[in-house]
Ligand binder design. Structure first.
Ligand code: AMP
Length: 414
């Protein structure tokens, strides 16, 4: 029996999202989510996607990631898709931070685990969860290849001029401070899918990708390689997000500390969880913000305007970085669904060859599509992202093609 299935695991601090795919046709066999791990109210929602499968919910307390994965394995077994199946080729793990040297997906061994661990200081919230996910999966199926797919990998092609902050070089290097970028799996997938929509090879086109979800980032992709992205050392830099501020003058932090009397932890929480759209107007869901604007709510209007202003600045910046742009692609929850955001982002930019056709923009669809007029110089597109499929594809390409595990990176890992 050939092994054509890949389980994709996205382990967060208190959640695990998963999908089981069959790589013969990239179809989903099952999807699910374990939430509130470690709390009394944990919940597992499992949806078998084979014919006739009904969604199921398990609401027993799930103590830790190990218990979560066991519960997932149990649900998959009930559908005849157990992790012990010889049809399972590999498990692909989303790992948020791969530093400077993990430039591609990597089969996990002890050295790779050690390097992911070494990166915890630059990804304190995310990498520990990924490590727990990988170690738990290894215990369940020690014989199976576990593949780490890094959110930062796509951005490792950025030139030093984009990746470095203008800081003292020795201090920056000592503390591994540089711009890593995140959402890389999505930017890679969407930039390639946009080239396909244009009927071109990725090497032939320059694309600005706008990943606008609860977290949001922009990237400039030249001929298939990322040359700049808006997130930096952490996912805090760049665009206005659901709860994160994006760019602020770093002196805001000194001010809040010295004048506002706030601790570093309080400022960290403020910028990451009480800023962005939620800080500006109390809501981080774009649907709710649009509803409030329609009712004449001024705070919601201002939040929207600040969000759009920052987005337009990045479009302009990446236009200049690329010189020539073939397409702008909107993706993720807001980018795929919020027509008013797309319209406002390019309004008045006809001078740059950018325009949105009102009718095309209003169409709701889950397929990649153009929303610019036919004669537009630069295509504007909506391209739904699919990070799980990208992780599964990269994982399967690595183990399905019988590659050797990648060599462990050198000491100088950042
Ligand atoms: P993501 O992080 O990609 O799952 O995106 C989540 C965000 O997408 C939510 O917080 C909403 O702001 C936004 N979103 C989802 N659906 C819609 C919609 N139909 N219209 C506007 N925004 C939406």
């Amino acid at each position: 029996m050939s092994s054509t299935r890949v389980l994709v695991l996205n382990s967060g601090s208190s959640s695990v999202k998963y999908q089981l795919l069959d790589m013969r046709d990239s179809s989903r066999l099952a999807v699910g989510l374990v939430e509130r791990i470690g709390e009394r109210t944990s919940r597992l929602r499992h949806t078998p996607l084979l014919a006739g499968g009904e969604p199921r919910e398990v609401t027993e307390p799930i103590a830790d990631h190990g218990a979560a994965l066991k519960a997932v394995a149990g649900e998959l077994s009930r559908d005849g898709l157990g992790l012990d199946s010889p049809e399972l080729a590999a498990i692909g793990h989303r790992v948020v931070h791969g530093g400077k040297h993990f430039t591609r997906p990597t089969v996990v061994d002890d050295a790779v685990l050690a390097e992911i661990e070494r990166l915890i200081p630059v990804a304190p919230l995310h990498n520990p969860a990924s490590l727990t996910g990988i170690r738990t999966a290894q215990r369940l199926r020690p014989d199976l290849p576990q593949v780490a797919v890094f959110d930062t990998a796509f951005h490792t092609s950025m030139p030093e001029s984009a990746a470095r902050y203008a800081l003292d070089v020795e201090i920056a290097d000592e503390h591994r401070i540089r711009r890593y970028g995140f959402h890389g799996t999505s930017h890679a997938y969407v930039s390639r899918a946009t080239a396909k929509l244009l009927g071109k090879d990725p090497s032939e086109v320059n694309v600005i990708v706008l990943h606008l979800g609860n977290g949001a980032s922009a990237s400039a992709v030249r001929g298939g390689s990322c040359v700049d992205t808006s997130m930096g050392l952490t996912p805090l830099e760049g665009l206005v997000m659901g709860t994160r501020s994006g760019d602020v003058d770093p002196a805001v932090i000194f001010h809040l500390s010295r004048v506002g009397g706030m601790s570093m932890d309080e400022i960290d929480r403020l910028l990451n969880t009480r800023s962005g759209l939620v800080g500006l107007c109390g809501d981080n869901d774009m649907r709710e913000i649009r509803r409030r604007i329609d009712e004449g709510d001024e705070r919601a209007r201002l939040a929207f305007d600040i969000y759009i202003h920052r987005l337009r600045k990045y479009i302009g910046a990446y236009y200049a970085v690329l010189g020539k742009v073939d397409a702008i692609a909107f993706t993720a929850g807001v980018g795929e669904n919020a027509a008013p955001v797309r319209e406002a982002a390019v309004a008045g930019l006809e001078g740059l060859g950018l325009a949105v056709d009102g009718e095309l923009n209003a169409v709701r669809s889950d397929r990649p599509r153009f929303i610019s007029p036919e004669d537009a110089r630069v295509a504007v597109a909506v391209v739904p992202t699919d990070e799980e499929l990208e992780i599964a594809t990269q994982t399967y390409a690595l183990v399905g093609a019988g590659h050797e595990p990648s060599p462990a990176p050198s000491n100088d890992l950042t």
